[in-house]
Write a protein that binds this ligand. Sequence first.
Ligand SMILES: *[C@@H]1O[C@H](CO)[C@@H](O)[C@H](O)[C@H]1NC(C)=O
Ligand SMILES: *[C@@H]1O[C@H](CO)[C@@H](O)[C@H](O)[C@H]1NC(C)=O
Length: 317
Amino acid sequence: MMWLWLLVLLGLYFLYRWYRDRQILQNLPDKYVLITGCDSGFGNLLARQLDRKGMRVLAACLTQRGAEQLKEATSQRLQTLILDVTDSQNVAAAADWVKQQVGDRGLWGLVNNAGIAIPMAPYEWLTKADYQKIMDVNLMGPVNVTLSLLPLLRRTKGRIVNVASSLGRLSCMAGAYCMSKYGVEAFSDGLRRDPGSLGVKVSILEPGQFRTCITAFQPIEENLHVLWSHLPAEIKDTYGQNFFDAYCKYMQDMMSGANPNLSLVTDCMEHALTAVHPRTRYSPGWDAKLFYIPVSYLPTVLADYLLTPTLPKLTRV
Ligand SMILES: *[C@@H]1O[C@H](CO)[C@@H](O)[C@H](O)[C@H]1NC(C)=O
Ligand SMILES: *[C@@H]1O[C@H](CO)[C@@H](O)[C@H](O)[C@H]1NC(C)=O
């Protein structure tokens, strides 16, 4: 009998959540959204998707070519700009441009999507500069862009959508990528609780593995070969050729499971920008929902067991 009541309660809860999730804002065509990293992947798809919904998309691309291609594929409403989030003068100029575009209406949405993952390799194969490069793009870039645009976002009591990763909850061996995504999580949670952003809603995306340039194996492999060939002989001897080959194979297997359906992710981004009640966290992808996020709640000793790859032992110490 008690089970029945529990089931009814659970059913009601899901019904309530479903109803709450479905409430979408009315005046989307008045709303400006700036998205970074629109050359490819999630940013590119989201720009097209929001453009089709009639929103006013300001699509920031790293390359001229990316911007031109996106412009050809979208309506007159969509505007592109060139933005390298690590170049602070570029960020300041972009913020001024956005201010001119939106005028008194303010900016409704900011999607901090631009990110990189290479070099992805065992920690010892990398230099501090390798770590710095990823931190600059994935973490300090969004911080700088967000601070520059916060006054415009506060005016609309709008939305900030930060693309972290399931690997922002779990750190596996992969260079600075996880470190930068942990940082994005901390920045987002802190910002949501910060007096300066009150009224602005901050959502965090924690996608599993999706088929974007982040998970494309070929550039990762090319980079691994370059790193390996430049390692000091001593480190190379310590790991051994067997290890290197096995590591490449391991990365290839990891990336081969990436989900090709990017709209699972962009649908969450769209929800965060257009729903009356956006969620704080979205974890699109079955690998995120069934593996990464649950494992992130396990005791460390179990998580270590599940996340430590099986690779050949170092050939000498
Ligand atoms: C962005 O970064 C640059 C360089 O660190 C800095 O000069 C600028 O003030 C930053 N913008 C904001 C809004 O903090
Ligand atoms: C991709 O995901 C969307 C949901 O966001 C779904 O409607 C669509 O059918 C999926 N496409 C494929 C090919 O599975």
